[in-house]
Design a protein around this ligand. Structure first.
Ligand code: C5P
Length: 311
């Protein structure tokens, strides 16, 4: 088969609630995740000699066996029982790295979908979701993307139907010199509020139901005002990371954002706007202040789907 291209979108967290600690060491979560139109591109070509190779236009990104693209490709080949399969993969990296935007997870999900097509495999969608869950907590969401409720450690998914009309949009800020380790953020969360963690599975079920009925979903559907975004990791990261405090302050200065928050474990920050024009206007209005404070910014619409093969 000839070369093919897969788009891998970033996500933001419109809600991130840390409910408790599980026996496997992961946290039980209740989240709303949203894909956005900030995408990496994976270009895939078959290799004749069965090697799996990865190149990237960002020289600082590891392209060895630690990269989720290589891990996903290796897992897919192992599960196929066809060790002769190989691919040359070229990654055009646009999503900031280590930013709480699931860029690496989305790249891994894109590798599963793209290589299944390139290699002519026939894994079912639930089988791909199970492989994604083995590789990373955010990866199952990235396969289908759009707007989804995500429970468990992130792999228990419930799709939210897309809203009518123009998609909402975000202005995203990230300081290039700043990054946050996800295990550190969860570890600090455990130190600060572990005593308040829920333990009873019945309590988890109640929080799941509360999120299904949350005014946030009515806000996303455009039938009610958007409530403030809750991110329990923001409470942990904001006091420790100056660029997070500065970025939130900048975004709050923009013209009537619907909500302002940190994404995932940070350090990227976002403001939600009614449409892409408003997000771009806010980007222009903050351009000088962002440059002065050293922030990079992106204005992008909400995206109704996850990874996608280019036609
Ligand atoms: O699954 P993933 O590799 O993305 O998780 C990275 C780290 O984030 C885990 O090793 C764990 O420290 C933390 N984590 C967690 N609870 C989750 C998801 C991630 O504690 N639900």
């Amino acid at each position: 088969m000839a070369e093919l291209t897969v788009c891998a979108p970033a996500k933001i967290n419109l809600h991130l609630e840390v409910l408790g600690l599980r026996a496997d060491g992961f946290h039980e979560l209740a989240m709303v995740m949203q894909s956005i139109e900030l995408v990496d591109a994976l270009h895939l070509a078959p290799s004749a000699d069965g090697t799996i190779s990865l190149r990237c236009d960002r020289p600082d990104l590891p392209v060895d066996g630690s990269n989720l693209i290589v891990r996903a490709a290796t897992m897919l080949r192992e599960r196929s029982g066809l060790p002769e399969l190989g691919a040359h993969i070229r990654l055009e990296k646009r999503i900031p790295v280590g930013a709480g935007l699931a860029g690496g997870s989305s790249d891994g999900a894109a590798a599963l979908v793209g290589l299944q097509a390139l290699w002519g495999l026939r894994f079912s969608h639930p089988e791909l979701l199970a492989m994604a869950a083995e590789l990373g907590s955010d990866m199952p969401f990235c396969l289908d993307g759009g707007t989804q409720l995500c429970f468990g450690r992130g792999e228990v998914l419930e799709k939210v139907p897309p809203a009518e009309g123009d998609p909402l949009a975000v202005l995203l800020l990230k300081h290039p010199a700043s990054s946050v380790s996800t295990p550190w953020a969860y570890g600090r969360c455990r130190e600060l509020r572990g005593h308040a963690y829920l333990r009873d599975p019945h309590a988890f079920a109640q929080r799941r139901e509360a999120l299904r009925r949350s005014p946030l979903l009515a806000g996303l559907a455009g039938t009610a005002a958007m409530p403030p975004v809750r991110n329990d990791l923001q409470e942990v990261v904001e006091p420790e990371v100056a660029s997070v405090r500065e970025g939130l302050e900048l975004l709050r200065r923009s013209d009537r954002p619907l909500a302002v928050a940190m994404s995932g474990s940070g350090p990227s920050l976002f403001a939600v706007f009614p449409d892409l024009d408003c997000a771009q206007a806010a980007q222009a209005a903050l351009a000088a202040a962002c440059t002065a404070a050293g922030f990079e910014s992106w204005a992008c619409a909400f995206r109704p789907r996850g990874v996608s093969l280019e036609p």
